[in-house]
Design a protein around this ligand. Sequence first.
Ligand code: LLP
Length: 414
Amino acid sequence: MKLPPGMTLLSPDDRSLLLDIADAHGTPTYVYFGRTVEERIRQLRSHLDGLPLRLLYAMKANHAVPMMRTMLEQGLGIDAVSPAELAYALAVGFPADRVFFSANNMTDEEMHYAHGKGVLLNIGELSRLEAFGKAYPGSEVCVRLNGQVGAGHHEHVITAGEKSKFGIPVEQIETIHALARQHDLRIAGLHQHIGSGIMSTETLWKAISVILDASRSFDQLRFINVGGGLGIPYRPGEQPLDMTSFDRLIVAPLKAFIASHPSSNLQIWFEPGRFFTAESGVLLARVNTVKEGTHRTFAGTDSGMNHLVRPAMYGAYHHVVNLTRPDGPERVYDVVGNICESSDFFAKDRAVAELREGDIIGVLDAGAYGMSMTTRYNMRSEPAEIWITQEGSTQIIRDRLTLDQLVEFALGAR
Ligand code: LLP
């Protein structure tokens, strides 16, 4: 069986490092390999070389401080979708002109806050564009379009198309122009993001070509932001995004578009989240209970859907490895958590090297939409988080909350 890239990146040295971390810091713990993040940034950049480019990072995927600092050092900007994401990005050190504010269904308060911080707003509703125009006539703004081409690894993550709440339908472009004229707004950018976990370069291009066509009626554009959405392989044997086809179907036509565009300073922006971070992350958990049911064997861990909700929420596949005993005979398990819900699982009917109570498992490719989607459901703490630098040293990002802290928080929140 071919191992997924996330696994091949785990050398025996990495495994023993992960076991050392589990020993020293306990479980559950998210661990991120900084080298993988840098490698993915380099990889995408090398394919986009030659385009007038800006790369943003969709921080909703993972906002751990060292992750953010890596993006900052690598010269990326930030796609922020809430006032706190925006304030935090600024606090980490991103200059306001590298932050893009894409909150959907924005309130007046959020709009004033973001504008006051000097960041560019990305607006996906006509009524918000009008409110922005009234409040800040003469300003620059970006509009998010819905070009009616959506895609994604699950229905819940498709963010364009007729069923999607996101973006202004391309069919309403005339109204965008009318509002811009009325309030003297400069439409400096067009944006779209069609969904997440997309492995088809054809679909990505189909969507991009809609927004490129739409861009021809806007004469003050500085950039076209084609969003994120680049998928990664999660399953053994699944192929990564085909970068040869990415070059041919997306990069080459984008270069041709830029060359033929009358504006000399038009940039193309991409804003991935998952592609940069997913493969860098491993969730470490300890097997507490191995239980023979009537028809299945359950491996119960000290983590669960409160820490990685993707399997419960999207039926998402994450590869599970036994780090303590990787070479044992394979057995089939439901690998589950300690949360009081039947949707609390990491894997079902999954062959894993035989698990014994006390073993440490690694849930792979958990660096995107893992920690950032945690909850304290059942009054259990978030996992600890650890960063492994390019040089291989470990840094604690955060600890788990203690039982006392959890109780204090609950009492205080009454
Ligand atoms: N830009 C915008 C406006 C977005 O809404 C998103 C993700 C991204 C960029 C980054 O998308 P990415 O490159 O990571 O696919 N929780 C789901 C994914 C939800 C993505 C939401 N928006 C999951 O775990 O699969």
